[in-house]
Write a protein that binds this ligand. Structure first.
Ligand code: PHE
Ligand code: CO
Length: 259
């Protein structure tokens, strides 16, 4: 596939055709290897909502057909997948989320990137993000986040809101009856950080605090030094429901916190 970074074929909303038949068998095989490695880790380290959702999806044999998954998603929570060529501009991204469409990158990493990739690819987006869209509370939260993103653009507060996304949707931890588990997609799709974030004694694991998450800078090129831990998706939905306008106004004059 030569679609990596190819935005020339994208529509105005940055969506593309998945063109599932054009994936090479080597790409399906690589996806399978990534899937199998992660599948050994998730029973011990991923949150129960993710584990429940993946069990109901017949995937793992190769790169999934998005429209097949979308059919199931629409029936369960009203979400669907939209194929994109890679990272897309904030406004397009937030507009998709606000319409209950989750953008999933069409291309797969190269074999050399098996352990580490800087940009999101179809494995990260699909394995990490999509299963949680089957959870009704998480699904509603991400919808609210999308609407909140469009609002943050008007208030020039996207940088703060992006930190919240980082510390929840990408790298969030959750307390469960079996101990700490990961729900962040960056963790669930990571070969190394998934066990690290749950078991290593070095990183800080702070109880989730909205304002602290909005203020804390993050590092994209190493394991996180700070994680925020929620009690449940209901807590996340409730805790992010208040109007952020006065919060943005107040935090704007404060210095960011170090990761
Ligand atoms: N409540 C936020 C606002 O008023 C929107 C939001 C919801 C942001 C959920 C993040 C997550 O701006
Ligand atoms: Co992601």
């Amino acid at each position: 596939m030569s679609l990596r970074g190819d935005y020339s074929r994208a529509a105005a909303d940055f969506s593309v055709e998945q063109d599932w038949n054009s994936y090479a068998s080597a790409e399906h095989a690589l996806f399978r290897r990534l899937f199998e490695r992660q599948s050994k880790l998730v029973p011990r380290y991923a949150c129960p909502e993710w584990i429940t959702a993946i069990a109901g999806l017949d995937v793992g044999g190769g790169i999934p057909e998005f429209h097949e998954i979308s059919k199931k998603l629409r029936a369960k929570t009203g979400w669907e997948i939209v194929a994109v060529p890679g990272l897309i501009p904030d406004e397009a991204f937030f507009t998709h989320l606000a319409g209950r469409r989750f953008p999933v990158t069409v291309w797969l990493r190269t074999p050399e990137e098996f352990d580490y990739i800087v940009e999101p690819d179809v494995f990260h987006d699909f394995f990490g993000h999509v299963p949680l869209l089957f959870d009704p509370v998480y699904a509603d939260h991400l919808h609210e986040y999308g609407k909140g993103g469009l609002k943050a653009m008007r208030l020039d507060a996207v940088k703060m809101l992006a930190r919240l996304y980082w510390y929840t949707i990408e790298f969030g931890l959750m307390k469960t009856s079996d101990g700490i588990r990961a729900y962040g997609a960056g963790l669930i799709s990571s070969g190394g950080e998934l066990a690290y974030c749950v078991t290593d004694s070095n990183p800080r694991r702070l109880d989730f605090e909205l304002e602290k998450a909005l203020r804390t800078d993050y590092q994209i090129d190493r394991y996180q030094t700070t994680y925020f831990v929620i009690d449940s998706f209901a807590q996340l939905l409730r805790g992010t429901a208040p109007d952020f306008t006065p919060i943005y106004a107040r935090l704007r004059s404060l210095p960011p916190l170090q990761a």
